[in-house]
Design a protein around this ligand. Sequence first.
Ligand code: PMP
Length: 444
Amino acid sequence: MSTETDTDVDLDAEARRIDREHVFHSWSAQAHLDLPVIAGGQGTTVWDHAGNRMLDFASQLVNVNIGHQHPAVVKAIQEQAAQLATIGPATSNLTRGRAAEKILAKAPEGFEKVFFTNGGADAVENAIRMARLHTGRDTVLSTYRSYHGNTGAAIVATGDWRRMPNQYARGHVHFFGPYLYRSEFWATTPEEESERALHHLERVIQSEGPQTIAALLLESVPGTAGILVPPPGYLAGVRALADTYDLVLILDEVMAGFGRTGRWFAFQGYDVVPDLITFAKGVNSGYVPVGGVIMSEPIAKTFDERVFPGGLTYSGHPLAAASIIGALDAMESEGIVDNARRVGAEAIGPGLKELQARHPLIGETRGEGVFWAMELVRDRETREPVGVDVIGRLKKELVARGLIPFTAENRIHVVPPCVVTPEEVAQAMSIYDEALGVVEADAL
Ligand code: PMP
């Protein structure tokens, strides 16, 4: 008589069944989900229980910067778990302190403290709260094309494209950031786009009344909303406006930070230093959920004598802290950020240009490091975006060929881990090429 073991059961079918029956998924109509099973992974590759391999060109949710199952991060978590698996926030702990120190070592001069959260959205919530308490003002200006998280203030700060129509609240005002391909400013060059977007922002600040505004909140490179690499002078211009009107500049580096652009922080390429930096995702590649706010000295000092009215049970969790130390040490010693920069410039960028030359469906490609978007259009002249039907079909064709894609609106984002190799990029490019070819015939 045989007993049922894992080898007898189709674990992939079982994973799908149990997921469909009992797991409620984000951002989805539950009845129509068909999600890939992931049972294991290494670097840029993941696999199901049967061993079918897939290239993870989404880095899950654009967060697995160091790749899957990096041994140094796994070991750091295991060792910390063996020593002290949990601890409350109102304690001094060496691992937590060292994690903060490592993060601060990557930030520019003048940053003093790290407030740890559970992820990106609550990092944004707390950065907004700090800015409001620091200035004594209420309004937060953020861009229509943004994503800042799915909690109270973070989703209200997020642009209209992801917010429900009634998700609005006092104290939030939106403005248009630069996006030359679909310019709101009738601009035809990056310089024009930059100058006019800054003029627009200054008019919004003046109209709202600078004396009511606490902060400007922007992603250094807007990610989910399109990977909108800022044009020359834009972020430096935003800094200048923040200085002129005495506003706190919060740069959201949750997606763009910790290597994705080929730099530790995305803003380091744009001649700008913010007052608060929000981070999550790439800081430890999501091996343990964590995020936080990096605070410049003047804002940190606000709370030297005055109570900061906020906190989280798991703020600075020791497993998260250990994983941050493990991840940042490995990224540094293995040159992983530099790899992202090089592979982006030498393989992904040129690969996407080649695809664009072959496929009229691609209206624009843009990005840097391992942070790229292909914007798909029905017509290159009118730039009419393709619909969800086209993106849905493409997604299926890509998955069928062994690539996990990241899609948003009419775009495919090419966002592999920072450890991706030129060979893996070449493999991915030929998968994109085939899938685009199959779908294009019907789409145009
Ligand atoms: N800010 C940005 C820029 C993000 O991309 C995200 C997540 N995609 C968030 C905040 C929210 O992070 P989380 O999902 O960890 O709450």
